[in-house]
Write a protein that binds this ligand. Structure first.
Ligand SMILES: [Cu+2]
Length: 158
């Protein structure tokens, strides 16, 4: 009995520690995330076009793999060619997986963060992001069911 209680409180403590870590990494709070920081629109940026769409029950980003040099600033030019709303959320894989669980509970959660953009069908938008650190990062559509249907991609910063 006490063993079970102990296990439960450990889970709670771990969850609290994880959410504290996410808050620190959140670029919306002025800090720099593991995957970089909001771009400076006055500085040069390499344009990268990303198209969102769905077809035959599959959803995708094209391309779904983007290579970037460390220190490069990217202007993601997003276009939703589908019939549904889509979004691109840039983060670490861990953050996006955790965020996806939060979205399942609150599907209408809106993102007003510099690392995310939600687009209605046939709309275009931009994210300008500075990739200051090397690593492999994730971009996904976190609208429930979309990541599972294929809307995810990888960013490699070298
Ligand atoms: Cu989507």
């Amino acid at each position: 009995m006490s063993g079970i209680l102990k296990a439960n409180s450990l889970v709670v403590i771990t969850a609290m520690a994880l959410s504290a870590g996410a808050a620190l990494a959140d670029p919306g709070h002025g800090g720099e995330a593991a995957y970089g920081k909001p771009g400076d629109p006055k500085k040069p940026a390499r344009p990268v076009q990303v198209v969102m769409s769905e077809k035959d029950g599959k959803m995708s980003f094209i391309p779904d793999r983007i290579e970037i040099r460390r220190g490069e600033q990217i202007r993601f030019q997003l276009r939703n060619n589908g019939e549904l709303d889509h979004e691109l959320v840039l983060a670490t894989l861990e953050e996006n997986l955790k965020h996806a669980v939060a979205m399942q509970k609150n599907p209408d959660m809106e993102h007003d963060d510099p690392n995310a953009k939600r687009l209605a069908p046939k709309k275009a938008g931009e994210i300008v992001w500075a990739f200051t650190k090397p690593g492999e990062f994730d971009f996904s559509c976190l609208i429930p069911g979309h990541r599972e249907a294929g809307m995810t991609g990888k960013i490699i910063v070298k």
